[in-house]
Design a protein around this ligand. Sequence first.
Ligand code: GL7
Length: 824
Amino acid sequence: MIKKAALSFDKDLFKRSVVYNVKTLYRKSMEEATPQQIFQAVSYAIKDAIVDKWMTTQEEYEKQDPKMVYYLSMEFLMGRALGNNIINLQAHEPVKEALEELGVDINAIEDQEPDAALGNGGLGRLAACFLDSLATLGYPAYGCGIRYRYGMFKQQIRDGYQIEVPDNWLENGNPFELRRPEYAKEVKFGGYVNVYVDENGRSNFKQEGYQSVNAIPYDLPIVGYGNGIVNTLRIWDAQPVECFRLESFDKGDYQKAVEQENLAKNIVEVLYPNDNHYAGKELRLKQQYFFISASVQAAVAKYMRKHEDIRRFHEKVTFQLNDTHPTVAIAELMRILMDEYYLTWDEAWAVTTKTCAYTNHTIMSEALEKWPIELFSRLLPRVYQIVEEINRRFVKQIEQIYPGNHEKIRKMAIIYDGQVKMAHLAIASGYSVNGVARLHTEILKKQELRDFYEMMPNKFSNKTNGITQRRFLLHGNPLLADWITFHIGSDWITDLTRLTKLKVYADDEKAQQEFMNIKYKNKIRLAEYILEHNGIEVDPRSIFDVQVKRLHEYKRQLLNILHIMHLYNQLKEHPEMPFYPRTFIFGAKAAAGYRNAKLTIKLINAVGEAINNDASICGKIKVVFIEDYKVSNAEIIFAASDVSEQISTASKEASGTGNMKFMLNGAITLGTMDGANVEIVEEVGEENAVIFGLSSDEVIRYENFGGYDPMEIFNNNSDVRKVLMQLINGTYSKNDPDLFRPLYNSLLNTLSTSKADTYFILKDFESYAEAQKKVEAAYRDEKGWARSAILNVACSGKFSSDRTIEEYVKDIWHLDKVVLPLKK
Ligand code: GL7
């Protein structure tokens, strides 16, 4: 298939550039160069093709001076850049050909690139998808984050246990990044605040006795699809402000010099590997203020280069806070406006409250950031003063609206009980609060943030998440992408709703066969990956039933594996029972300190070990745990999946985005009515998904009454009882029968008063097992399955991040598209 821009991509120039790069970078010929060296050379050649567009885009932004969104995020889970950049330049065909002519396989070269894993899971990947959509739609945008030296750890599985290995992703250098020391910013920590009254009688606040670090920006190009737009992801590195100097030793500043050097060294060292969980570490707050102060300073400086009046900042800039992690931006902007531009409080507040907008990504209480006052005020003394004043005024406002209602203050104050509550700061000071799926937003309005919603209903809205089809279909599943383009044209690449045109093929037998054939080929590709990486052989004709996502109790991988244990029990008891072969595939990282999560990984591997080696069941079940689940292997996994496991306890998964990637690739959702699953079912129809389990209302009702009694299920359901006993009788841990007791206890806890089965695993077990039977029956009906799978693809249009971004633009950011001048 020939693409428009392919014509404008100079293949010969590219070839010469690759050869030249190999020579000048490594003093080698193509034949001598290693695959990694060729990857670097190719990347620099592609960067050459990007840079002109990058400059043109940024020049146009300078000229046209449009309003910009700054997407502030602690996490950007970008994955690999090379393949994606080639695709978005619409240069895949010529690059592939050019490389073939040079004797190089493009896929092998792409495989040389380490994932940029500067994020944990959904929240970080969402940020990456948003950048892709913003550039593709032509909206002026910056991503702002941290250049962690070590990203999300690499996972190894040894003896069934997870081992965390440092992710030295910058080891071989990052060919796409640009270091930009001329835009460095100083960030100050600690010390104290002095007040000086100037000749005009005005109080000036000065932070003194502080330690500081230099923030050095690295810019990464974000290439829009086929439109010549290249936006910027700016990630900040830290460097000591002054190198160690001997005079400072003489002056007795030795201690301080060493401390500043250490601060700079530590601050960007590593990404915290917690997903949906807040640990309250001092270094984490330092990371937050570090990249926020640098980003806000840079945004203000950029604005002032073109404008006189800082009071109109919000007309050109909007800050989207990705969760509460960047919320300190609110106080930092207030500080800069008042202390550096001498705005009054009211003037600064008017600007700030029109600039900052907040996205909530979870209702899990353990994820809510609350900093102890002691820590917050010690680290950020001036910023803390400002937060105190915001709080004082906000509490006064609450008192006016609800006179005498202390309960409201207790629940809504920003500072309470010795803690600074970041979500309350974000809601009180931002102009917008959004949830990430309809159900989630409704729960926010009715439960978690009810008081805030009642006081300021107009701030609240829903923005259902989305994913970029460029990475997760065009790049990840080229066979299906080509098939779709063959049938309906290529417009879906930038307008995913066009996929509805595929509906007419759902009942077309030839199309069904072609579709299933593509799925089969993708299953072979995954089977090969599994054989190479896990040494396990799986049958691509079996049902590929997949749960890949972070390991978390609320996501209930435990429910999945308990059910597999149950299936295995049944097969052993009734070897002749009808059973369609199934390959259960897991992929998940657990936070390093999360005991039950790590134990669940061990359980999955132990059960897999037993089942995969039991010849008596003739390979009818296979259980595979894919090591080091990450963006690059995710692309292969989604493409090969039949069944998408989205089985979180209803109400707990704010949205989910993996669910959308599976759907886009034609997998059928087996899920609860949680997060965006609700909207997936709405789009594709109940008959094309398999839904089970408690509703979110039911879960919340149980929770309000203190939970339910899992013992009742244990006593009445012999299947459940058998599986649970196998957790503690050594069935899967011969040498240590108590190994899995913590998991057993989390479900039953007969001993203590603490709650058991807080995620309703046993409560939903029977319904899940029934749903799994439906999946098997549905798969046996080959045509019916193909029909459903095609309809899933056809109905996935809503879940493009292009749609999500358009909603943010229309309802929150109010940006204009930038049009590039036509090339001569
Ligand atoms: C998350 C939610 O858990 C997830 O459901 C959602 O899709 C994602 C993006 O909005 O945000 N919230 C969160 O704290 N993490 C998520 O992935 C880590």
